[in-house]
Design a protein around this ligand. Structure first.
Ligand SMILES: *Cc1c(COP(=O)(O)O)cnc(C)c1O
Length: 390
């Protein structure tokens, strides 16, 4: 029997150990811990990596989502109470952010194959109060941005991205030139652009800090400025407050860690893509369904590798007994969380029947994935899954 952890940070810590220790001592020696040169350098590097004009570091992914929406309200592009379309199959933070900004989430079913927002359902989801779509590139898979953005443009809706699971996912081939190439979402297609994307650097994300961290990435310098101000008490100039802001900043230690890790993100994602390609080709069990590799393999960075099984809990136990660690993303969909009891009747949330999202929550199991996995571990996971019988 082999032990295969769900995700191992050991490998990253081992390969980058010295660089990370150097980052810590640089910050220590600088005697500057908040809003210093490390944060500014990371913001610049990550904006360049994403092929965008601006990046604003904030405290975490939930804040990145919330501040991106609040800044849009501050600039008059959204009004409190406006509806925002959100995929029903997502981590609860996406929905919490929309509520925290005083907006109304409208939950829409995923495509059962790709598990991300189904663009063909947008028309039915819209009401006269719908003003934006917040897509989630769940599991690391880019949503169908051309279709979603085309729809949004026709309807006059804003598009935002929850990119907390999709660092480095790219719709286009690299153009070369700058150190990171021109990557990410829709940089080459002006008609398929979002207003802004929110990132989380929670330690286990594809690009993770050593604590909490997040960022808003955008081509809109005005929006970036307001996000930055909102995350700093609503102040641009010290002790002068323009907005009712919060305290949400990316600290120097986290920024230094992220700066050390960013140059490795592409190779880590490439390893994830390699593993996913093997899982997709070699998992052959009629009881276990996988999501397909997209036509452009770079558009999926496999933050998690989901499989679907009617007897999910039994499969999880079977794998555990054979040393394979798994997790469920997510056992309870946002609309069934106790936190949202009564939200529908109070008009704080809007949705119709969501059988697909509920089915995914009932059957999803995330199997081991990450740059640390060896070929032997991948083979073992495949072998164990293929030997599963109900
Ligand atoms: C992790 C995550 C978030 C929240 O990020 P935090 O940094 O933990 O606040 C939001 N949305 C999605 C899809 C996530 O996976």
């Amino acid at each position: 029997m082999m032990n295969v952890p769900f995700y191992s940070l050991d490998y990253v810590n081992r390969t980058l150990g010295d660089a990370l220790r150097e980052s810590f001592s640089d910050v220590l020696d600088s005697k500057w811990f908040i809003r210093g040169s490390r944060c500014a350098a990371f913001e610049e590097a990550f904006a360049a990596y994403c092929g965008k004009k601006a990046c604003v570091g904030v405290g975490n992914g939930l804040d990145a989502l919330t501040l991106m929406l609040k800044a849009s309200i501050q600039l008059g592009r959204l009004q409190p109470g406006d509806e925002v379309i959100v995929p029903a199959n997502t981590f609860v933070a996406t929905v919490l952010a929309v509520r925290a900004a005083g907006l109304v989430p409208v939950l829409v079913e995923p495509n059962p194959e790709t598990c991300v927002l189904d663009a063909s359902r947008l028309t039915d989801a819209c009401s006269a109060r719908t003003r934006a779509v917040l897509v989630v590139h769940l599991y690391g898979r880019l949503s169908d941005m051309p279709a979603i953005c085309e729809f949004a443009k026709a309807k006059g809706l804003l598009v935002f991205e929850d990119a907390a699971q999709s660092h480095g996912a790219s719709s286009s081939e690299r153009s070369g030139g700058d150190p990171y190439g021109s990557v990410l979402q829709m940089t080459n297609d002006a008609n398929a652009k979002s207003a802004a994307a929110a990132y989380s650097f929670y330690p286990t994300k594809n690009l993770g800090a050593m604590g909490d961290g997040g960022a808003v990435v955008t081509d809109d310098l005005e929006l970036a400025q307001v996000v930055k101000s909102l995350g700093n008490y609503g102040s641009v100039e010290k002790y002068v407050n323009q907005y009712v802001g919060v305290n949400s900043r990316l600290d120097e230690i986290q920024a230094a860690v992220l700066l050390a890790k960013l140059p490795h993100l592409d190779s880590w994602n490439a390893r994830r893509q390699e593993i996913a390609a093997r899982y997709c080709a070699e998992i052959k069990n009629p009881l276990v369904r996988v999501t397909p590799v997209p036509a452009n393999p770079k558009s999926h960075v496999w933050h998690v590798f989901p499989v679907f099984c009617d007897t999910r809990d039994d499969l999880q136990k079977f794998l555990k007994e054979r040393g394979v660690e798994t997790l469920i993303h997510y056992p309870i969909p946002p609309h069934l969380q106790e936190a949202f009891d009564g939200a529908l009747s109070r008009g704080e949330l809007r949705y119709g029947p969501l059988p697909i999202a509920e089915e995914l929550a009932r059957t999803e199991l995330s199997i081991p994935m990450g740059p640390a996995m060896t070929d032997e571990q991948v083979s073992y996971v495949i072998e164990v899954i293929n030997s599963y019988k109900a």
